[in-house]
Design a binder for this molecule. Structure first.
Ligand SMILES: Nc1ncnc2c1ncn2[C@@H]1O[C@H](COP(=O)(O)OP(=O)(O)OP(=O)(O)O)[C@@H](O)[C@H]1O
Length: 767
């Protein structure tokens, strides 16, 4: 017998398939039967195929053995009977708790890197062996209560969250974010350009690249006066027909390094052919996350929209949007950008698409090290196989027919080790030769030796990035996060965590403290993800609390601060997270919050990042020592009472949601089976067995039982604390009302008096 598995810290809504009574097992005849309630049993998780576990909103299933469902012949009521003794059931429960505890710990530890693509919602029924499987769609629960929103927006948001969306409305939503109508929004690179179209710049510095008048004209309108280093070095090679591996620091313009030659090829193919194009796309660009795919799409559209030519159709093929619509887009697409999972689904199930994709001139693998890494490679591998079929059919000795372009800021060592089965050792990031060997094994290049262009061999970090760490007790990370954000009030900040549950917890924690925090993680519905990014981009001083789904490629202007709330687990993650700031010649700071026992490991990790990736002779390698920021702990301790209450409130809301969702699941299950569910009675009966939970469980339980009045009292207390001024101990300057008394305290970029000495983080030399 199976039931939906309760998702941790999430509100779930159950879509049950009604089970046919005939399918139910008959009572087991061997041992005496004992009546039980479903919830006092130790359910075991059912392992699911990889693809299903990542379905958006699908958490999983649990099963139980030795339970028979008995239907009363007269009343029709159902009861449950087991052959297990009370003691055996007790042991099962203990085991279930242990498993849950381990799973919770595992989830806390997981780096939710680039997501696998969640699929569209669907209900699956598996009737083998009288088992019914049920989906548990998750609802994003805590992300829309930001006090910083205006009432109108908040009302609109809550309506969007609660109003069921019809299919038509859904596709309207798609319109807003699909490739062609993307327009100004989350990733519009023109957002920061001056309104005055006439205000073009001199683009003579691009002359050496032999670009068309059309593209030069666009660049002038975009006000890109000269190519970045990676653009200057890769564009000529790509336009000469070479396969290229491009490596350059974060925010250095890699998108247009491949985007410009593709648009040039499109323009050339247009002028060469008088017939309307019916051959299919010229380029396929693959990116690891939806946001990044949409962003590449937006960059290409921005480049073309400014030009005086018929722009290519750029299709965005990512999860979370309608497959049918994407298929229609593909029919006329000149350039396709997408994430591997959805691309594979759309290409492999569409008619005639395989042949079209086999004709592409360019295959771009952006953030290649990520896409080729274990756990992400499966669907990309399938796509590559399809393309390679055509290569095999071609009887020439040469490799692929298309050009392959590979870009990233890092090539992580772990990939190569996995590939070669080698042991650890050396830096986390691969040298040029190692990267080349690795990529040649994974990708079918046209050339035997592609051009490997490393625009920043000395450093993968942006030149104007400042790095530092803050040391505090592991249990005080929330408090120090708050303190740091108070220091950097008015700066757009991105806070990285290693787990979705941490995003869910920290967002309301900061919102309660009147900070404009927004969540981003891969379990959020696509609409909510884009909305978070849009708001983050629109509002100066907003804070995006995210998993590593935001670590790669996101190009959000004016992110001035990256905070690593959880430490990155690998050198490349540190590089990419930190690379969300200090982009395109801007300045920015990257700060790690470390427990004392983490400091040694962090220093080693960062020293690796700054070492010259194995290419430089030892004598030339200089040790990098990340500075510790000296925070005035007296002031931090004055912030503690508010942080404590805020945390209590956030934990309570989450615990209550979890309890409600558990109740929902049980009530629905009972309803489907025709029995009554009374949570209080259930609690009473289960007492003694479930009471043997761990400290965390007990705390959760206590939190979930806090009354409305108690919560209200805490809110008032917090409000009172936020309205009080915090004496910084330095002259007459104060913190007030959850933010900073800007006039009194903001000197330069940060509130130096508030935190103490933190020179050297770009605070003194920015303007
Ligand atoms: N030639 C140029 N001059 C000025 N700005 C540019 C130029 N080319 C690109 N940019 C801008 O630089 C920013 C960063 O570019 P892009 O997102 O392509 O960086 P990236 O190297 O791909 O970064 P990451 O490694 O983080 O993905 C973008 O906002 C882009 O519009």
């Amino acid at each position: 017998m199976k039931r939906p598995h309760a998702a941790p810290k999430a509100t779930r809504k159950v879509q049950h398939k009604r089970q046919k009574i005939d399918d139910f097992p008959k009572p087991l005849p061997t041992k005496p039967q004992r009546k039980v309630r479903l919830d006092e049993l130790g359910w075991k998780p059912v392992s699911m195929p990889d693809r299903l576990e990542d379905f958006e909103g699908f958490y999983g299933l649990e099963e139980i053995d030795d339970v028979a469902i008995v239907k009363d012949g007269t009343t029709g009521n159902l009861t449950f009977e087991t052959t297990k003794t009370e003691e055996e059931v007790g042991q099962d429960i203990e085991e279930a708790w242990r498993r849950e505890e381990q799973e919770a710990q595992r989830l806390e530890k997981i780096t939710f890197g680039d997501e696998k693509e969640p699929e569209e919602d669907e209900t699956r029924e598996d009737k083998t062996n009288h088992e019914v499987t049920k989906e548990v769609p998750q609802k994003e629960s805590v992300d829309e209560s930001w006090e910083g929103f205006s009432d109108d927006e908040a009302a609109q948001d809550s309506q969007e969250e609660t109003t069921p969306v019809s299919e038509d409305e859904e596709s309207d939503e798609d319109d807003r974010i699909d490739g062609e109508t993307f327009g100004p929004g989350a990733f519009d690179i023109l957002a920061n350009q001056p309104e005055d179209e006439e205000d073009e710049v001199d683009v003579s510095a691009w002359a050496e690249l032999n670009l068309s008048e059309e593209v030069l004209d666009s660049l002038a309108k975009l006000r890109f006066s000269k190519p970045t280093e990676i653009q200057a070095s890769t564009i000529p090679e790509i336009m000469a027909g070479r396969d290229v591996i491009g490596k350059a620091s974060t925010g250095s313009g890699k998108t247009l390094a491949f985007g410009i030659p593709i648009v040039e090829a499109f323009l050339a193919s247009r002028s060469a052919s008088e017939e309307p194009k019916d051959k299919g796309p010229i380029a396929l660009i693959i990116a690891p996350t939806r946001e990044l795919a949409h962003q590449i799409n937006a960059h290409l559209i921005a480049l073309c929209d400014k030009g005086d030519f018929d722009a290519p159709h750029v299709a965005s093929i990512t999860g979370g949007l309608s497959v049918q619509k994407q298929r229609r887009q593909l029919e006329k697409a000149d350039i396709v950008v997408g994430t591997p999972g959805r691309l594979w689904e759309v290409i492999s199930t569409g008619q005639g698409l395989l042949e079209k994709f086999q004709q592409i001139q360019f295959l771009v693998v952006d953030e290649a090290d990520r896409l080729l890494s274990e756990g992400h490679y499966k669907e990309l591998g399938e796509i590559l196989k399809i393309l390679e079929k055509d290569d095999e059919a071609d009887d020439t000795e040469s490799g692929a027919q298309r050009q392959t372009l590979v870009f990233s800021a890092t090539f992580g060592k772990g990939l190569q080790q996995k590939l070669a089965g080698k042991a650890k050792g050396g830096s986390d990031l691969m040298s040029k030769q190692q990267s080349m060997e690795y990529l040649l094994k994974k990708l079918n290049f046209r050339e035997e030796k592609p051009a490997f262009i490393d625009a920043n061999p000395d450093s993968q970090m942006a030149s104007r990035l400042k790095e530092g760490l803050v040391e505090c007790a592991g249990t005080e990370k929330d408090l120090y996060l708050y303190s740091l954000l108070m220091f950097y009030t008015k700066k757009r900040a991105l806070v990285f965590t290693n787990s979705i549950s941490a995003v869910r917890r920290l967002t309301p924690f900061l919102q309660n403290l009147a900070l404009p925090a927004l969540p981003l993680h891969s379990n959020m519905p696509q609409k909510a993800r884009l909305r978070s990014i849009e708001r983050f981009k629109e509002r100066p001083g907003s804070i995006l609390v995210a998993t590593d789904v935001a670590a790669r490629g996101l190009d959000i202007p004016k992110v001035e601060l990256v905070i690593h709330y959880h430490l990155p687990r690998a050198a490349d993650t540190y590089v990419h997270r930190s690379g969300r700031t200090a982009r395109a010649e801007a300045s920015g700071s990257s700060i790690l919050i470390c427990a004392p026992e983490e400091v040694g490991g962090v220093r080693r990790l960062i020293a690796k990042v700054h070492a010259r990736a194995g290419d430089a002779p030892k004598s030339k390698k200089t040790a990098f020592f990340i500075r510790t920021l000296d925070i005035d702990r007296r002031i931090v301790s004055r912030l503690k009472p508010r942080a404590t209450i805020s945390k209590q409130l956030a934990d309570t809301v989450i615990a209550k949601e979890k309890k409600h969702s558990n109740d929902d699941v049980m009530r629905q299950a009972a309803e489907d089976l025709g029995v009554n569910y009374d949570s209080e009675e259930f609690e009473k009966e289960a007492k003694g067995k479930r009471g043997r939970g761990t400290g965390r469980k007990k705390k959760e339980k206590e939190a979930s039982e806090m009354t409305k009045a108690e919560m209200q009292a805490l809110r008032w207390e917090l409000k009172g604390l936020l309205s009080q001024r915090i004496n910084t101990g330095v002259s007459a300057r104060y913190l007030t009302n959850g933010g900073i008394d800007v006039d009194a305290l903001m000197a330069g970029d940060g509130n130096m008096e508030f935190l103490g000495t933190i020179d050297g983080l770009g605070l003194e030399d920015e303007e």
